[in-house]
Design a protein around this ligand. Structure first.
Ligand SMILES: Cc1ncc(COP(=O)(O)O)c(C=O)c1O
Length: 357
């Protein structure tokens, strides 16, 4: 009797998934989570692709794997070679993992304004981290240009160039998009997420548009300070800059090569202020038990807006890019929230989560 009850309980957790081929094989096939509170409130199905469950902890594991395997396929790197990238965040973490798993060395250039936590994490993952002065993209000393030059000077090395290497968007055309389509059984009406390199947004949009014959609507979500919103709204006539955001890993000042081929497929854009992002971040923690970084919270806020615009009965999917672990010293700090004038955006009953001074 007892044995039978134990079996019934365990069966809920048993899936037919076979062992993966190491770290690399564990990338992707993430769950699609129904955001219950927002779905019930709007009468839509609001679903988040749980990319924080990738083995390196973010959506960027997919791009990291695809840019490395693209270099392998094109014969740009041989066993024991070096991957070089300019990145301040999750792509570097994904690359550092993939490089260890495949036996490559990994060199990461990043602006020297980044936290010691990030530098230490990359070093712990075996990367050679090179902080350089934080200067604009048009300056030859920008971290991306330094990464390119470094790869050019080394034997058996490649600069993976995540912003303009379209192997990045290909990851989402071949994996994220098809997974979402299969997980919804094709019952999806809208997709939205923000853009950094735009690999995730453009690749997923491209697949969903193709497979649905253009039926699935795609809205670009944008933080303050990024040009994507004005570019989409003006149909390419304007790129309005200015402003800044608490979000990390998203926001863009140009149309990357990952976005360029698909920008005409985008139906609309949503600008999400930081006050909405932080409110959603605390709400998702309280109501759903999901601990997300700010770019994910912005994405869910955009999906919530899109649901209200499209009306009840629609299914909207977004991306839960990473967890709050890498940002918690800021996102849950009273002092930091005050410095960003965001304490007032958090409802009284959620202020108990501001646990750090
Ligand atoms: C936390 C986070 N969210 C979102 C993104 C954006 O993803 P993409 O580069 O595919 O546009 C990134 C990119 O680095 C990220 O680190």
């Amino acid at each position: 009797m007892l044995g039978r009850r134990l079996y019934t309980t365990a069966a809920r957790f048993v899936t037919s998934a076979k062992p993966t081929n190491g770290f690399v094989g564990a990338i992707g096939n993430t769950p699609l989570m129904r955001i219950n509170s927002l779905s019930n409130e709007t009468g839509c199905e609001i679903l988040g692709k749980a990319e924080f469950m990738n083995p390196g902890g973010s959506v960027k594991d997919r791009a990291a794997l695809f840019v490395v395997e693209d270099a392998e396929r094109r014969g740009l790197i041989q066993p024991g070679g070096t991957i070089v990238e300019g990145t301040a965040g999750n792509t570097g973490i994904g690359l550092a993992h993939v490089c260890r798993a495949k036996g490559y060395k990994c060199i990461i250039y990043m602006p020297n304004t980044q936290s010691q936590e990030k530098i230490d994490l990359l070093k712990m993952l075996g990367a050679d981290v090179r902080p350089v002065p934080a200067v604009a993209f048009d300056n030859p000393e920008n971290y991306n240009h330094q990464a390119r030059r470094c790869a050019e000077l080394l034997e058996n090395a490649v600069w993976t160039n995540q912003f303009d290497n379209t192997a990045n968007r290909q990851a989402h055309i071949e994996t994220t998009g098809p997974e979402i389509w299969a997980q919804t059984g094709g019952k999806i009406d809208g997709f939205t997420c923000a853009t950094g390199t735009a690999g995730t947004f453009a690749g997923t949009t491209r697949f969903l548009k193709d497979v649905s014959g253009g039926r699935v609507k795609s809205f670009a979500a944008d933080p303050p300070g990024s040009i994507i919103y004005s570019y989409v709204k003006s149909r390419g006539k304007e790129m309005i800059r200015g402003g800044s955001s608490i979000t990390e890993g998203i926001g863009q000042g140009r149309i990357t090569e990952n976005l360029r081929p698909d920008i005409h497929l985008v139906d609309d854009a949503l600008k999400i202020p930081d006050s909405d992002t932080i409110r959603m971040l605390y709400r998702l923690l309280d109501e759903e038990g999901i601990y997300l970084g700010a770019s994910s919270a912005l994405n869910v806020a955009a999906a919530y807006e899109m649901a209200k615009m499209m009306g009840p009965g629609n299914t909207i999917v977004t991306i839960l890019c990473d967890g709050a672990y890498r940002y918690q010293s800021r996102l849950f700090s009273k002092k930091w929230l005050e410095s960003k004038e965001l304490v007032g955006a958090i409802p009284e009953h959620l202020k108990k989560y501001i646990v750090l001074a």
